[in-house]
Design a protein around this ligand. Structure first.
Ligand code: AP5
Length: 217
């Protein structure tokens, strides 16, 4: 199964991708996570991405496309993948088509998680992440058992720097201008599945699995 998850910042892409990846036994490939790993390891790629990410802007396409192309070459992606955060503009969508065509593959579906702006802002500003194991929480919707402490590894939770309100506004504008046109791009290709992302995590997950199953019956 070759899947793309589309949606605004805070739509729940990372949350859902984890479960979908487990269900289909495919790797969850998050460009945001890969960039953050490079940042924390201080690699040259991390240095290149740093300013764009801090300002809530997109990292240039040539850097991002090359990183995804390299990731899709790893053996675990041969039987499928779920891409979270890529493509993020029409140029990246076209680049992905070329990468897949080179491997004689195609996308099975593009899942578009639709969530209104006010809900997105609440989700982003309230998100807390574990810097150690990457687990994600929300102060209101999915709080940890002990305030500020990761359930999994007991590390102190932090707020992603780009989840501060001022950067969230830039990320949502960038999404409207650059990423939202991808819904029409994939609609034209007939593989867009729109999901109401305002329901509970479990309900959204069930809706995605049901729509993907119906498509492949
Ligand atoms: P990235 O890490 O991809 O961030 P994003 O797209 O902005 O997405 P988020 O991770 O913020 O949101 P999400 O949809 O995954 O939501 P989540 O599941 O965590 O990118 C970061 C940066 O990297 C970019 O700004 C850019 O600079 C760069 N970058 C990345 N990819 C790039 C690309 N292709 N090209 C160029 N640059 C790129 O959920 C959010 C919160 O809501 C959580 O707290 C969660 O617990 C909660 N929640 C989730 N679902 C529900 C629900 N159903 N009900 C209630 N709460 C929920």
């Amino acid at each position: 199964m070759n899947l793309v998850l589309l949606g605004a910042p805070g739509a729940g892409k990372g949350t859902q991708a984890k479960y979908i990846a487990e269900y289909y036994h495919i790797p969850h490939i998050s460009t945001g996570d890969i960039f953050r790993r490079h940042l924390s390891e201080g690699t040259p790629l991390g240095q290149q991405a740093r300013t764009y990410m801090a300002e809530g802007k997109l990292v240039p396409d040539d850097i991002t496309d090359a990183m995804v192309d390299e990731r899709l070459r790893l053996p675990d992606a041969i039987r499928g993948f779920i891409l979270d955060g890529f493509p993020r503009n029409v140029n990246q969508g076209t680049a992905l088509e070329v990468m897949l065509a080179d491997r004689e593959r195609h996308l099975d579906a593009v899942i578009y998680i639709n969530v209104p702006r006010d809900v997105l802002i609440e989700r982003l500003v309230g998100r807390r992440v574990c810097p150690q194991c990457g687990a994600t929480y929300h102060v209101r919707f999915d709080p940890p058992k002990v305030d500020g402490i990761c359930n999994v590894c007991r590390s102190s939770l932090v707020q992603r720097p780009d989840d501060r309100l001022e950067t969230v506004a830039t990320r949502l504008s960038v999404y409207s201008e650059e990423t939202a046109p991808l819904t029409a791009f994939y609609q034209e290709r007939g593989n867009l599945l729109e999901i109401d992302g305002t329901k509970s995590v479990q309900s959204v997950y069930e809706a995605i699995i049901q729509r993907l199953g119906a498509r492949h019956d």
